[in-house]
Structure formats: structure tokens, C-alpha cells
Design a protein around this ligand. Sequence first.
Ligand SMILES: *Cc1c(COP(=O)(O)O)cnc(C)c1O
Length: 386
Amino acid sequence: MSKFETIAIRTQSERTQHREHTAPIFATSSFVFEDAEQARATFAGEIEGNIYSRYSNPNNDEFIDKMCLLEGTEEGISTSSGMAAMFTSIASFLKSGDHILASRSLFGSTHQIITELLPRWGITHTYVDIDQPEDWEKNIQPNTKMIFVESPSNPALDLIDLEALGKLSKAHGLILNVDNCFTTPYLQNPVKFGADIVTHSATKFIDGQGRVLGGAVLGRADLIQEVRFMARHTGPALSPFHGWILSKSLETLSVRMDKHCQNALALAQFLEEQAHVNFVKYPFLPSHPQYALAQKQMRAGGGLVTFEVKGGQAKAQKFLNQLKMLSLTSNLGDTRSIATHPASTTHSKLSPEQRQRVGISEGLVRISVGLEHIEDILEDIAQALV
Ligand SMILES: *Cc1c(COP(=O)(O)O)cnc(C)c1O
């Protein structure tokens, strides 16, 4: 059992006496012991076993076992949301007086944690522009502990050279933490390039159907031990029901991602031909400035396409208003195609200068390309682009 599809389908928690084919949902807060000695030994960590669902649960274990195998990491923990994963993975390693280096283009709430919350605990940060690779090394300080990045970035879809960053963080003894939500383990495995921790929002492509929140922190056993301690005592636990859904979702991740990528590439190629479009960004379009890097570190281009409508914000909003099928929501990674205007919604908290630095112009539109028939997606977009 070595192939992605097989691992995602065949990794299962132990069957109960009912010999069920699919794992049942273990909706239980705690687990009973055979006797006092088993309770003592389980609490002491001398034998493995479930104690309480804040620490472990068979559904969440099945989900996380698959995630570890698919990302190529030794261990992991599941969390109740992507943000719980991001926060726990940062808080487990940083203390007062430490410094974190992060890419400027980050998911909004991760940006808020680093900019607004970490300073309350005396943790400082520096943001590095994604197009200035030499700035990473320049900004490492004696108290730097972690590098936190997302690649591709949201919504500009710029890439970070993960291998270069992996080497840099190793040379300086830092923890490289990569939010791999946009690509999922199917399209990109950051540990291959030297990442120490891989974090996920499972809410997006992993669930893939817009149903539940969830997250994961994956990495080397010694690092995950710290994360597990933090999670066990602070409680960002995943619901077993959501763990069950996410484990089932992984069974179809490869076929869904193949289709997301196929539709997204077709849309990107279509948009490049449109007179009302200034430019299109998609990692697997030869016109992407980092096409070669995309080919090296990603298996396919992903499910997101970004483009700039001619005529700025007014024209971008007109495009959104004229869409008949695509949903207007800020989510992504759903079966349904979604259109977002980042400058006025997801990234409206940034100043115009900050937006410009991360490549978010007034006319920029982000499409999360769904699994509808490509002809219907193109037809809707074509009729709205006038
Ligand atoms: C959505 C998202 C998150 C946060 O995940 P939630 O499950 O909504 O908490 C973090 N990082 C990225 C890149 C995301 O897209």
C-alpha cells in the first residue's frame, strides 16, 4: 500500500465486533478501562489507549493517520478548524522574547495572530515580501524561532521556493511551518523540501464540499509531541463527527483535486484569451512568472485562478453581480465554483498600500473553481465578463 489513492481509501481504524466496512462515529467524550491497572498504565503513557476525546478519538485518529501518510510526516494532531491548527502550531513553539519570520501574504486570521496577538505575549515578527527571496536570510535575528509561509499565496497565487527556505531554516536551526491548505497533500508535500511542520485547514479542499470545519498539524515526532501537549491542555479538539467526515473526504481527494485542477487550467487558458481581462495568474500557466518553480514543487496547479478585470473595482463588482451560477462567498475549495473580490472583502482590512504589496489590485477577482461541468463554468464567466 504505497500509492496516494490507496492510502487515502484503505487506512482505517480497527473494526469493532460488528465488522463494519466504514468506521462508525465514536460519539463519546470518554473511554472506559478494564480495571484500575489499565487506567493507571494508560494515564502513565505505558500503554496506548483512548482516555478522553479531547486527547484522542478513533475517528480523529483515522483522519490524522491518513494525513500523516499522505504528507509523509511521522505524527500529527487534528484540530477543530484551520485557525486552531495555525495557532496551536505557532503557540507550541514560541515564547516571550522570540521572533517569527512570515511571508507577507498570509490568510487573514493568521496575519491577525502574528500582528495583533503574538505581541501581547512579547513575541515579535517580521514580514518578508514573497518576491524578495534574499530578504528571508537578511531578516533572521538571533531570537528567530520559526518561519511561517503559505505557497501559493492567497489570492495572488505567487509561489515561495520551499526548498530554498527549507535549507535556510535548517542552516539557522529554525522551524519551517508551511500552511499547505491551498494545495492539499495531493498536490504538494512541503516536508520533501525541508518543512518541519505542515499545517492545514481541512475546511477547504480536504472536506471539499463546504460542510465542516477542521484542521491538522503534522510533522516530526519530537515537534508534534510539543503540539500534542499544547492541544491536550488547551482543547482545540476536532469533533469525532467531523473527523469521520474528513476521513471519508480523503477517500475522494485525488479524483476531486484532479478535476479541480483540470477545470482551473481550462478556465485560466480561457481567461487569457478574453479582451476584458488584463492578466491571469495560475501556477501551471506558462505565463506565470514562477512556472518552472510550480512544476518543481507542485503536482498540478490547484483549484484557484486569479485574474484582473479591466476597469478596476467598479468593473470587477459588475462582473460579480452579473454571474448567474457561480456563488459569491469568501470560501474556497468547494464542489461549487465561487467568485470573490478580495480588495473589498477578504482583504479589505489591509490598507491600499498593503494590498498593493501583496498583489491585490482593485480589479482582482479570485475564482475557486468547482466541479461543475467546465462548459457551464465558462459560459457563466463569459456572459458576466462584458
Ligand atoms: C481557510 C484558511 C485557513 C483557516 O481555516 P479555517 O478552517 O477557516 O479556520 C488558514 N489558512 C488558509 C490558507 C486558509 O485558506
